[in-house]
Design a binder for this molecule. Structure first.
Ligand SMILES: [Zn+2]
Ligand SMILES: [Zn+2]
Length: 245
């Protein structure tokens, strides 16, 4: 969107009339391009991540009463990250919107994802010194043309340009796509896949890792291990969405 379109509501209304924005979930025409770009039906199906959830990994714990619970998985094997939070459940319209963004390069959803960030819960995350998107391997980056985590981090933190350091955390080994893999397979797949270009820069720093979807947490956990080894004091994780389990 151009700067003129941003600043002039009349011009924006004309553009919306000429090029009606589409619902990111179902493709229905919408009356306005003001985020969130979801029709009322899709909007209803978007479920914000709210307590009760595991205070460590953010896993929904529907049966738990009150707050302050840690899930069995985090108790038996505490992750390397300090805490992970997601904005919404990975389901229905949001899964469709992420798929279009990630695999079809439709960036129209970014303003909507940023809007979700202003509405949802990550206020519990502390102010980070550095914001690091989960990196793609250079080969994958060339294929896709952009890193979805980097775009999300920039959209979530429009005033965080100086803290957003995409060049620090690197994916040094290409990894197989993880869809359908178990937690153990994912961990093996990701072993020694990440490294820091300048480890000294994360020492004694609070880090926020940003990614699109939290599935088993293996990816962000592997990144967090690298960061903790280099002396980061805390590693928190923010993802746009999280699978239910
Ligand atoms: Zn819709
Ligand atoms: Zn947990």
């Amino acid at each position: 969107m151009s700067a003129a379109a941003n600043s002039n509501p009349w011009w924006q209304a004309c553009l919306d009339l000429l090029f009606p924005p589409l619902c990111l979930g179902c493709g229905t025409c919408l009356g306005s391009s003001r985020p969130p770009l979801f029709c009322p039906g899709c909007q209803e199906k978007i479920i914000p991540l709210a307590p009760p959830f595991c205070t460590c990994c953010g896993r929904p714990l529907p049966a738990a009463a009150g707050q302050g619970h840690i899930c069995g998985r985090c108790l038996t094997k505490p992750p390397a990250f300090t805490m992970a939070r997601a904005l919404v459940l990975y389901d229905g319209p949001i899964a469709e919107a992420i798929h279009r963004f990630k695999y079809q390069g439709e960036t129209a959803g970014l303003a909507t994802f940023a809007h979700l960030n202003t509405m949802a819960a990550p206020a519990v995350l502390s102010a980070p010194d550095l914001i690091l998107p989960v990196p793609l391997h250079p080969k994958r980056l060339r294929q896709r043309g952009f890193n979805q985590a980097q775009r999300l981090a920039a959209a979530f933190f429009p005033n965080g340009r100086e803290r957003l350091r995409s060049e620090l955390l690197l994916r040094t080994r290409p990894t197989a796509p993880q869809t359908g893999m178990s937690g153990g397979e994912r961990r093996r797949n990701l072993r020694r896949a990440f490294a820091l270009s300048r480890p000294g820069l994360v020492r004694n720093r609070r880090i926020l890792l940003v990614d699109d979807v939290y599935t088993t947490g293996s990816t962000v956990n592997e990144c967090a291990k690298v960061l903790r080894r280099a002396g980061a004091t805390a590693v928190e994780v923010l993802t746009l969405a999280r699978v239910r389990e």
